[in-house]
Design a protein around this ligand. Sequence first.
Ligand SMILES: [Fe+2]
Length: 549
Amino acid sequence: MRILGINALYHDPSAAVVVDGVTVAAAEEERFSRRKHGKRPVPFSAWELPELAAAWCLDQAGVRPEELDAVTYSFDPALRLPPTQLGLFDPWDDLRQDYAQRAPEFLATALPGLEASRIRFVQHHVAHAASAGLAAPFDGDCAVLVLDGRGEQHSHLAGRFCGGALHTLYSQQLPHSLGLLYEDATQHLGFLRSSDEYKVMALASYGKPRHLDYLRQFVHARGDGGFHTSGVEWSALAPKRSADQPWTAEHADLASSLQTVLEEVLLALADWLYDQTHARNLALAGGVALNCVANTRLFTESAFDQVWVQPAAGDAGTALGGALYLAQRLGDSIPEFPGADLGREWTDEELETALRTANLPFDRPADIADAVAEELANDGIVAWFQGRSEFGPRALGHRSLLAHPGRESNLRRLNDVKGREQFRPVAPMVLASRAPELFSRGPIPSPYMLFVHDVAADWRDRIPAAVHVDGTARIQSVDASSEPLVARMLAGFEQRTGLPVVINTSLNTAGRPMVDSPRDALECFGSTPVDLLAIGPFAVRRRSLGVAG
Ligand SMILES: [Fe+2]
């Protein structure tokens, strides 16, 4: 079966193509349109489709729109309740409903040759669940938790995959929503809702959870698989902050309290699900599943042996999940998730042409991984553009900014390069074979940066730029079999410095999507004090440009 998956209605529009059960391509619209998150998460943008991502995915798969067996759309308007019954008091919900119902016609227009009758609506949280449960690298059945902002009527799904079929055990009805709760706090703390929730998680490490008694009155698991979240008055905990004001201890304490209560609720939901299923393994999806601090608590404190999070856990992943769900229903078997590098790539010849077009001096080292290791060891900052771009919000060694972890000042330096807040940590990538020596508590391997780990006491001073204020790090473990080039770079860096770790953050500047194309890479390199751009086998060096490095 040739299936195109579409996510469009709320956040992070995206597309994926699944052919005979195999994920061939997946990409977010923002990487093409160069608008962060693809569009604003407001009702009047709900009609916007990931048309560029969809066209590219089809092209990558060699499938024309008329050859598709089906297109999935990860929201089913037939399941939605009237706004008055949802309890969200959103005056625009009818408009959103109208857009969803018209999506087949819109898609048929955006992709000439596609018949509108091929479009199938998939329940939003079923698409989330399938993106994790069907793709997870588990043998056999698993439990699944979707932890989200909102779908048609619900904000969460607890279930089990048996033989590829999803059995839903509980769905929490709106307006109670852990995702919307976290978004409300994000907005109150002066950050952008539906976008900057990870900043609240980072800020939580600077605070004390001194509002737990208050928050627990309104935010708690109910013991029946569901939870309660409404009634919090954020102003009772900390004054509302505007984006240009500095944050204070009160804001950090609010973030810390919310984070702690969220973790408590998630642990209770996981315990309930384990009691229902006695499954060994748990798959997670939904925007809340990008909360790597909570994920580690689920890994260490729940009864499940393994916890796996689909790297595009937010709404972008429902494009993939919808397509996988339908493929499985139509008889295709679904192999293990192939890795997050599902986006665009360029040949060496194309990259060389881009460099010549830009009239930039560049060289082709004998081994780009070794040249980068040398630059990093000399404390240079490297823009690393290699292979297919990543699906999901994390840079995983394909579109990354890299630096030496041994100098504490490099955290400030990288945050300055990116123009972002100084309280934000940057994450280490580490050779998988060495990871257990440096990091503990979180799962290893951890290839997608979706869990936090404790940094061993005797390593904290050796890699200070990689250690968050609370002594943790959100690692990416790198296996030489799946990421040979990154592993070789790490090994070269270790040879020179004795450190098997490099710090890694996404290749973009604040407010912009991650770099995807060679042009994006050159624009980013040209506007930031990066010392070396490693683009395919080529090196562009700032000092060769006749400017200070
Ligand atoms: Fe969602």
